[in-house]
Design a protein around this ligand. Structure first.
Ligand SMILES: *Cc1c(COP(=O)(O)O)cnc(C)c1O
Length: 385
């Protein structure tokens, strides 16, 4: 830092120059991101709550009420009448809280001190971070030929050290939904904590079901489900950072509580101390603003683009990895190496991402990708074929 103050305009110019190096969503070239441009109204509300701190809720009673309301409202969307939880920074922190709750619960009620979590190969890497931080061993359940959890292998993975089973509603790479109903039964029979990671699918599956898409049940209507992660900053159109962790019971928060001596409340269960109230307020506002109807339209539009892309890719001769369940299309050229195809697309100005399991180009049809962008992409893919 320099010794003297600098004029605002000079600082802003410097920052804008650097900001120009960033890609922006509006030009429709970002094809592999699960984030998108937040809705302007959500950004407006976010800015109004920048000074609120939910780490000290006694000082921000109104904003704390907003967080409670938004958690209840997301809970209702997921078939739970009285939800507990928090708006956090994203799916990673939400998953970390869920696994911490599961670990602490198993330690307190079952005396497990060297726990294991069962996750599929298709799980998001945030579970590796969680296991590392919480000192848990990862046991991987296999995935079947449809890239979903193989239930038999999951059963075999259960041991007397298992503290949590994780399944995914909308996998990061392919957007697929695991057989959550079956896994819920297994979790109940074995009295094991069951966490559903719907970071990606949470803000679309319920709406797609509402408008008639035949998608499997994944939520709290299944008795075995203890917690669900949902990310308002993905299809919810809330500004970054906004993740949601929803718990079925308050005891899952209680087992994580630590004393918080200098604050207005006696204990704290979140990982983060000082934390944004703005994320809760913006999420609350955008959910009210859209209503179910608004989100249904968004989800339908995303799925129409998804099918438009996958059908046209097939017509061009590209190979689709699986029929999309949500708004992700993964594909390959029948002969060209995937990374070579990716780098050619990069040369055309597309920001693509490559899935690892299986290796494929992966396109996430977020709200910023419009039909005209897809037409341009398909034209380039036709030239490359
Ligand atoms: C995006 C995603 C995450 C991680 O969320 P962040 O907001 O990036 O922390 C976790 N799980 C799934 C299934 C995801 O799609």
């Amino acid at each position: 830092m320099q010794d003297y103050p600098i004029d605002k305009d000079i600082i802003l110019n410097e920052l804008e120059e650097l900001h120009k190096l960033d890609h922006n969503y509006a030009d429709g070239r970002i094809l592999g991101s699960m984030c998108t441009e937040a809705h302007p109204f959500a950004k407006e509300v976010f800015c109004k709550f920048l000074d609120t701190n939910l780490g000290d809720p006694g000082l921000f009673k109104g904003t704390k009420q907003i967080e409670e309301k938004v958690i209840k409202s997301i809970g209702k969307l997921l078939s739970l009448d009285n939800a507990y939880g928090n708006i956090v920074t994203g799916g990673t922190e939400a998953n970390l809280m869920a696994i911490r709750a599961a670990r602490n619960h198993a330690r307190k009620y079952k005396g497990i001190t060297d726990g294991e979590i069962i996750i599929p190969d298709s799980a998001h890497f945030s579970f590796k971070k969680a296991a590392d931080m919480l000192n848990l061993k990862i046991v991987e359940a296999e995935i079947d030929e449809n890239y979903k959890i193989d239930v038999e292998s999951l059963k075999e993975a259960i041991s007397d050290k298992t503290v949590a089973i994780v399944a995914i509603a909308g996998t990061t790479e392919l957007g697929l939904i695991d057989p959550i109903e079956e896994i819920s039964k297994i979790a109940l029979e074995n009295n094991i904590y069951f966490h559903v990671d719907a970071a990606f699918g949470g803000f679309s599956i319920p709406f797609l079901q509402k408008i008639g898409y035949d998608l499997p049940v994944f939520d709290f209507s299944l008795d075995g489900v203890c917690s669900i992660t949902v990310d308002p900053h993905k299809m919810g159109l809330a500004p970054i950072p906004a993740g949601g962790i929803i718990f079925r019971k308050e005891e899952y928060l209680e087992v994580m509580a630590v004393d918080s001596p200098y604050l207005t409340v006696k204990t704290q269960s979140t990982i983060v101390g000082t934390r944004l109230g703005a994320s809760s307020a913006a999420t609350y506002a955008i959910m009210k603003y859209f209503g179910k109807e608004g989100y249904c339209k968004l989800a339908q539009n995303q799925m129409e683009n998804t099918h438009f892309l996958s059908e046209n890719l097939k017509e061009l001769g590209y190979e689709i990895v699986c029929e999309p369940e949500l708004n992700i299309v993964a594909f390959n050229h029948p002969e060209m190496d995937t990374n070579e195809l990716a780098s050619k697309l990069e040369d055309f100005g597309w920001k693509v991402s490559v899935a690892k399991c299986p290796i494929a180009i992966r396109i996430v049809l977020m709200n910023h990708i419009k039909k005209n962008h897809l037409e341009e992409l398909l034209k380039d893919l036709k030239d490359l074929y």
